[in-house]
Design a protein around this ligand. Structure first.
Ligand code: B1M
Length: 211
């Protein structure tokens, strides 16, 4: 696995230009987008989280780091997209209500698009009713929800209940993810699957749709 210490440092510095430069260099040098994401961008954000927990970083530091990672992801996106690929299925994805974290959700959406899923991204802070409306409108095979806060995780169960009340739950598979989630939580709320990261989300969607 390549060494992404400089990239991680650029994330900690909130230096978006340097992040894009190092990411582009790594891509040009033949590193896989997946390695850059997992060992570079994601690893950097884990350090950011630890520093926030330790009181060494504050919200503005997290925002700068997030902006740097998002810009680096923009540099990776063209390498993952391939419009010639056949559609593997439709996915509606969003971060649940009350939660504005979107880096992980964006990565999952980008990975799924990269392998050929058609993805409808509802954004962040998505109200329960909007998931239901999106299912009626886009007729997806999969509804994917993201949550990064322990306080917003329970919303996922409300979405599942609302899909049931609207009689559309049987038409979709519901999957969940986000740093505080576990397979056990997914089982408890009646989700069809849990994915710990973007790669796992791809395998899970393919397995659920047998594609
Ligand atoms: Co906040 N934040 N944050 N934050 N933030 C966390 C989550 C936290 C753990 C930090 C900490 O205390 N150590 C903590 C939550 C504690 C808890 O709930 N127990 C926290 C807090 C407290 C807060 C605020 C309340 C802070 C405040 O205002 N006092 C506030 C909440 C705002 C809100 O949402 N209402 C807040 C705000 C923010 C920022 C806006 C500053 C910024 C977000 C910017 C953005 O997203 N655009 C931010 C950030 C950056 C973080 C950390 C540092 C990094 C999150 C991240 O992007 N990780 C985070 C600490 C951490 O997680 N280590 C933290 C990188 C990303 C690639 O990983 O999102 O886990 P992740 O996604 C992974 C997997 O989880 C999975 O795949 C992804 C890719 O591999 N996955 C899915 C994610 N979604 C999926 C969906 C799927 C499948 C897989 O579909 C099925």
């Amino acid at each position: 696995m390549p060494d992404y210490a400089n990239l991680i440092q650029a994330i900690l510095d909130g230096d978006d230009a340097r992040c894009v430069e190092l990411t582009s260099e790594a891509l040009a040098g033949g590193d896989s987008p997946q390695d850059i994401v997992s060992a570079g961008l994601q690893a950097g954000m884990l350090v950011v989280g630890d520093k926030f927990s330790a009181g060494d970083f504050f919200v503005p530091d997290m925002l700068l780091a997030a902006r740097a990672v998002n810009r680096a992801m923009e540099a990776i996106r063209p390498r993952l997209a391939d419009s010639e690929m056949p559609t593997l299925g439709r996915v509606v994805i969003g971060t649940v209500a009350g939660d504005i974290h979107d880096i992980g959700k964006n990565l999952v959406a980008m990975f799924l698009r990269g392998v050929g899923f058609e993805v409808f991204d509802l954004g962040t802070g998505v109200p329960v009713a909007s998931f239901v409306t999106a299912v009626e409108e886009h007729e997806p095979h999969i509804v994917a929800m993201s949550a990064l806060l322990t306080t917003t995780m329970p919303d996922m169960q409300q979405v599942i209940a609302a899909l049931g009340s609207a009689a559309v739950l049987s038409r979709v598979k519901v999957i969940v993810g986000g740093a505080p989630l576990t397979q056990r939580f997914a089982d408890q709320i009646g989700a069809d699957g849990y994915a710990p990261d973007g790669g796992a989300a791809i395998s899970l969607c393919r397995r659920l749709l047998e594609r």
